[in-house]
Design a protein around this ligand. Structure first.
Ligand SMILES: C[S@@+](CC[C@H](N)C(=O)[O-])C[C@H]1O[C@@H](n2cnc3c(N)ncnc32)[C@H](O)[C@@H]1O
Length: 290
């Protein structure tokens, strides 16, 4: 598979690979067995895997994707939602987009006739047929660069929603999950996270999403579940610490220490509401006014 060349309004393929292509085995140590890398949706007695599946099912339900012919997952990670769509929810064909070569190769190795992974940005995606539903979990965070002006940011997000609008059949839905700035300005964000963990990445605000989707998607439901991400991060960190020796063997002491710091910082961010976790259901507006 070739690397992606086109410029994104958000993080480039190189920046994405800096984070996601560290080592599949390393992520497998501390993520759950489905390799889901985003906030879970918890009920009291859940373990991590159950809470991840609950989250995936929530989005499948909110996107009205059950039994659908074609579903798109923008930012599909290691493919847990794609699998769940075709194996548990009767979806005929699921397409995933990722900028991570390691993830794309991982999903391609399923050799699943109903799953297709594309190593491309949403910006380059050009489907031959329309989709019945779109799910995007934990990818929107990467759709703007820190050096972009506010109007460039909004333009990039608007382009994303316009593309989704073009790709979807009338009357269909997007289920979107993303971290947003909460009680925090861009300049208050940790330089460490921006420089070393998620380069070329800037978060949206709730207002950016509302503005960028105005008159093409109708926001029908919106929840802020920051406590869910705090709990997810706590479990990830515990698992990483419990398997630290193995992690160090795979990626080295420096990388493990950086990840411990990043997971702890993020936990505090969600605990304090510096950052929030949104789950948004959006219905396509089929007759948008100019
Ligand atoms: C935090 S992971 C979430 C993965 C998955 N949705 C999950 O919940 O496990 C973010 C994903 O977004 C993808 N991504 C980031 N920017 C993208 C872009 N412009 N186009 C497509 N995928 C992108 C990454 O490659 C990665 O797969």
């Amino acid at each position: 598979m070739n690397s992606v060349k086109t410029q994104n309004p958000g993080a480039s393929a190189e920046a994405i690979q800096h984070h996601y292509d560290v080592s599949n085995d390393f992520y497998r140590i501390w993520l759950d067995s489905t390799n889901t890398y985003s906030s879970a949706l918890w009920q009291e007695n859940d373990d991590l895997e159950l809470a991840q599946l609950r989250k995936i099912d929530f989005h499948i339900e909110r996107a009205r994707a059950k039994g659908a012919k074609r579903v798109l997952d923008v930012g599909c990670g290691w493919g847990s939602t794609l699998k769940r769509l075709v194996e548990m929810h009767g979806v005929e064909y699921a397409v995933g987009l990722t900028l991570s070569l390691a993830q794309a190769e991982w999903i391609a190795s399923f050799n699943h006739p109903q799953i297709e992974v594309k190593l491309e940005s949403w910006l380059e995606h050009s489907p031959k047929e329309l989709y019945d539903a779109i799910i995007s979990i934990g990818a929107f965070e990467h759709f703007a660069k820190p050096e972009s002006s506010q109007s460039q940011k909004l333009e990039g997000y608007r382009t994303f929603f316009q593309r989704c609008h073009e790709w979807l059949k009338p009357g269909s839905w997007i289920s979107l999950q993303t971290i947003v700035y909460g009680n925090c300005r861009r300049e208050d964000m940790s330089k460490f996270i921006g420089d070393e963990i998620f380069p070329e990445t800037d978060l949206p605000t709730i207002a950016d999403i509302a503005k960028a989707s105005e008159r093409i998607f109708e926001i029908v439901a919106l929840k802020n579940n920051r406590e869910d991400y705090e709990r997810t991060l706590k479990v990830w960190l515990k698992r990483l610490k419990a398997n630290r020796k193995e992690a160090v063997k795979l990626v080295g002491e420096d990388t493990v220490a950086k990840y411990e710091k990043y997971l702890s910082f993020s936990m505090i961010g969600f605990h304090t509401g510096t950052i929030n976790l949104l789950r948004i259901s959006m219905r396509r507006i089929d007759n948008p006014r100019n």
